[in-house]
Design a protein around this ligand. Structure first.
Ligand code: NAD
Length: 262
């Protein structure tokens, strides 16, 4: 049994992950943590599987000692806090919009432990990343625009996945994303600059996550897209990464590594 810790356990992804681990044959829910206001809640009851006497805790030093792998889907403050509480545990991070300080702390943890960081854990999106890189390389003059849409409660914009898609295109074209990517357009912006990649964030309803990448050229347009119909694909992917990570050498891995797409 792989002993799993989940941080952000009371959230949308956290609850789904807890339910999947509790129903799994090879994973054991060792610890689940979230903000102090959730501490003491019965996790089985919280996820609709009935009381199981596993209680929510909060991230604190030593809290994850009994875990082989910790899975974090919280918020950037939550990931930062978690990193200051971890010992020698492998780590799966799905939280997006990490700041520079957290990214640095994550890199430090990865020097001695195995870590998977991915803006999107679905297999389909990781295949899409490869396809976008290929299309951007094969169509170097086509104009790329990325549109993402998420539920109305999402805090960060654009999505980590939209940024990853833009990076895949920039890497394929060998250009610097900080000089290439623009976020939305408003006012007298003038004609589109050659090579520019536009990202546009839409918000509404309960959409789990939709991304489309359009490559437009003279007289034609290619559209590549991914539409998540639920969060199940993210949860499955994150737990697949947790299984893959267990006993893996220290290092910072991507979901592309996990899926063998590199
Ligand atoms: P959510 O708001 O429903 O859940 C976040 C949870 O984190 C909440 O329960 C909150 O209380 C908890 N939290 C906040 N601060 C914390 C702290 N300091 N310590 C512990 N817990 C803390 O959000 P969600 O929809 O579940 O998404 C969570 C994160 O995962 C977001 O960053 C989202 O963008 C990302 N996400 C990533 C993927 C992926 O595949 N990588 C997929 C979906 C969502």
């Amino acid at each position: 049994m792989i002993r799993i810790g989940i941080n952000g356990a009371a959230g949308r992804m956290g609850q789904l992950l807890c339910a999947r681990v509790l129903s799994s044959k090879d994973l054991q829910l060792a610890v689940a943590t979230d903000l102090p206001q959730f501490a003491g809640k019965d996790i089985g009851e919280m996820v609709g599987l009935g009381k199981n006497d596993i209680l929510l805790g909060q991230p604190e030093p030593g809290a994850y000692t009994n875990c082989d792998v910790v899975v974090d889907f919280s918020l950037p403050e939550g990931t930062k806090r978690l990193l200051s509480c971890l010992g020698a545990q492998a780590l799966v991070v799905g939280t997006t919009a990490l700041n520079e300080e957290s990214a640095k702390a994550l890199g430090q943890h990865a020097q001695e432990n195995a870590v998977v960081l991915a803006a999107n854990f679905s297999t389909g999106v990781n295949v899409l990343l490869s396809l976008v890189g290929q299309a951007a390389r094969l169509l170097p003059d086509h104009d790329i625009e990325i549109v993402e849409m998420h539920h109305s409660r999402k805090r960060d914009a654009p999505s980590g996945t939209a940024l990853a898609l833009a990076n895949a295109a920039c890497e394929a074209r060998n250009v610097d994303s900080s000089e290439t990517v623009i976020y939305g357009r408003v006012g007298d912006v003038g004609p589109r600059k050659k090579g520019e990649i536009g990202i546009h964030a839409l918000r509404g309803g309960d959409i789990a996550g939709e991304h489309s990448v359009t490559l437009s050229g003279p007289g034609e347009r290619i559209e590549l897209g991914h539409f998540a119909t639920s969060r199940a694909a993210f949860a499955e992917g994150a737990l697949h990464a947790a299984r893959w990570l267990n006993n893996r050498p220290a290092g910072l891995y991507s979901m592309q590594d996990v899926l063998g797409l590199n």
